[in-house]
Design a protein around this ligand. Sequence first.
Ligand SMILES: *Cc1c(COP(=O)(O)O)cnc(C)c1O
Length: 378
Amino acid sequence: MLTKTKIYLSSPHMGGSEQDFVKEAFDTNWIAPLGPNVNGFEADIQSYLGQNKHVAALSSGTAAIHMALKLMGVSTGDDVLCQSFTFSASANPITYLGANPIFIDSEEDTWNISPELLEIAIRERIAKHQKPKAIVAVHLYGMPYKAQEIKAISKKYDIPVVEDSAEALGSTYHNIPCGTLSNIGILSFNGNKIITTSGGGALIAPDKVTKDKAIFLATQARDDAPHYEHSSVGYNYRMSNILAGIGRGQMKVLDAHVALRRQNYAYYKTHLSKYEMITFLEEPEGFFSNRWLTCVLTDSYETREAIRLALLEEDIESRPLWKPMHMQPVFKNETHYTNGVSEDLFNRGLCLPSGSNLKESDLKRITNIISNTLNSND
Ligand SMILES: *Cc1c(COP(=O)(O)O)cnc(C)c1O
């Protein structure tokens, strides 16, 4: 009898060597936070990214964004510009610091922050003598944002960029790795990301001084003294040596995971692009996406829901695209600059199962259900 197993949107995928690093931590009693795996994991990420960056392994991507904004001097009453079309973790740390998010809508080529709207917002805020303190831009679903345009705006108005690469490890922009395209980048190793430590993140710093400052803040801001001495408020945000061991194993399979996720995208495109009701987000020239999640845009909310519910019926997880932050109840009173793009994406878009551990038979099952739904919709 054919038993149908549940298919998840994006589930952890171990490479095999993770347990060796974790075992080594046990064998050497490096169970406390810090230890050789943390240093090793940071070194692995640094050599993967290059660009002379310095990496600090932290407890989550959210913590990394919090620390990045803190290092940029964001504090109470400041304004921070933030891509609206994203996961809430891009914006929440702005409020941890008592600052106000100002949400910026997306452009159609990449679904990421619109350079035009960003500049309009900056000009308007400066005219009101409220120059924003930082910009949070996101490579959503692994697709790079328009880094050159955003960098130019950042330079022109002297506002630093936090580059949220939580979903984009392995993506590149004109051959430069995502995470290294701005002042400070961040990564996430949450369970659903392209590689995972079960929970974790990293801050990508431009120099060693910034990395050391991030680690200082993330380890309770202890001054140099034999006793516990503190002259600033600290956080408990460092990654543990056990989890970093999982990360070291995962780094060995990162490129393989990127290739597998891109294969998923290619499979879906081959089997579904014949339907007029479905379109795919193409890579603009010079953009390379890790295709963390394969997302499709349907012709209507109704088609999107028909597909989502048909998949759900067969125990297959899919999900509407991120609901923009300017539409979220928690942020309803925040200032926003919108153009309708992200709202439309939210209404018509769907993320399909995209794990690097999907089998061809899974993909076949998924695309068959979608085909049947679309054929019966004619
Ligand atoms: C996952 C994610 C984060 C947060 O990372 P965590 O490690 O889960 O805290 C931030 N931004 C985006 C776009 C994400 O997808």
